[in-house]
Design a binder for this molecule. Sequence first.
Ligand SMILES: NC(=O)C1=CN([C@@H]2O[C@H](COP(=O)(O)OP(=O)(O)OC[C@H]3O[C@@H](n4cnc5c(N)ncnc54)[C@H](OP(=O)(O)O)[C@@H]3O)[C@@H](O)[C@H]2O)C=CC1
Ligand SMILES: CC(=O)N[C@@H](CCC(=O)OP(=O)(O)O)C(=O)O
Length: 312
Amino acid sequence: MKKVFIDGESGTTGLQVRQRLANHPHVQVVSIDPSEKRNIDAKKRLMSEVDVTILCLPDDASKESALLAGEVGCRVLDASSAHRIADGWVYGLPEIHPEQRSKIASAARVSNPGCYATGAIVLLQPLVKAGALAAEGLYTINAISGYTGGGKPMIERYESDEKVPTFAAYGLGFNHKHLPEIQTHSALAHQPIFIPSVGTFAQGMLVMIPLHLPKGQSSEALHKVLADAYAGEIFVKVNPYNEIDPANAPFITPHGVEGSNEVQISVYGNKEGDRSLLVAKLDNLGKGASGAAVQNLNIMLGLDESLCVNID
Ligand SMILES: NC(=O)C1=CN([C@@H]2O[C@H](COP(=O)(O)OP(=O)(O)OC[C@H]3O[C@@H](n4cnc5c(N)ncnc54)[C@H](OP(=O)(O)O)[C@@H]3O)[C@@H](O)[C@H]2O)C=CC1
Ligand SMILES: CC(=O)N[C@@H](CCC(=O)OP(=O)(O)O)C(=O)O
């Protein structure tokens, strides 16, 4: 049995990781006494006993805990955004490079990707790598997330009697914290414009990239690159070209993947062949956080990566 300590196990991400690991056949979660959850010595003691520490903490606390884990030689999987482009850390998106899984498997430090970043990178990275989209291109990403993406403070607000907007766009400083990882791991020369938004639903997310296609490029060709790139993947599914779920047509929605570790990719194009929309649908707490964390943990521990990644 492998042992895991979740630092921040009572937060939104931590709880969902714990829920997934509760039935794991090869992983035992070792918990800290709640009264000691900010005690550095207590944390170090646990870290020295376990195979992996999962950090489900705000960024500053994650940086501090990652150092503690380093001091006692414990492997770390960080769910925060503190180390996603940091030297010495492996990016925990196994599907983006053929060698990424083996890097995660042998890493001392793995950084779990951001929820929006997961959607954007699974769309952009294979297309840029194949030369189907220019690395120098100027891209715009629009997205909507369930309110659990904002952690405990946003959940409390959205689940209180306070009046909240049904839909609210943000990121208007053009500097959302996921932009550096999106640019770095998609190998883009320029930072995209990214306008996220949040709605009055708990979980689910759409990440959308509208494109004017250059002459000689087609939406069908973009779809083929993505379908080929993810042909062998369990958790990245590419829908048929121009398919809209009949249950919601003519709309596409962020719903239907709650609890799942799957990202669903869709590519839409117009009849004239000069416009395209790339879409990734995922659960912000699933493949966008806790599902991905359990998938990465499985890979780090040499286990079947699909064990306990979903919540039914
Ligand atoms: N929510 C989401 O969709 C996603 C979140 N993440 C990332 O995961 C991390 C956690 O986010 P989330 O779960 O949403 O946040 P929450 O606010 O829901 O939970 C954070 C938890 O960390 C605890 N905590 C804070 N400081 C310390 C500390 N020094 N030592 C021990 N515990 C501490 C808090 O305790 P207390 O309850 O006492 O405040 C709380 O339980 C963040 O870095 C976030 O960026 C990543 C992907 C998606
Ligand atoms: C709706 C909402 O507020 N979403 C969060 C991102 C979700 C998330 O937690 O991403 P990290 O993994 O980088 O923390 C935000 O925009 O900051």
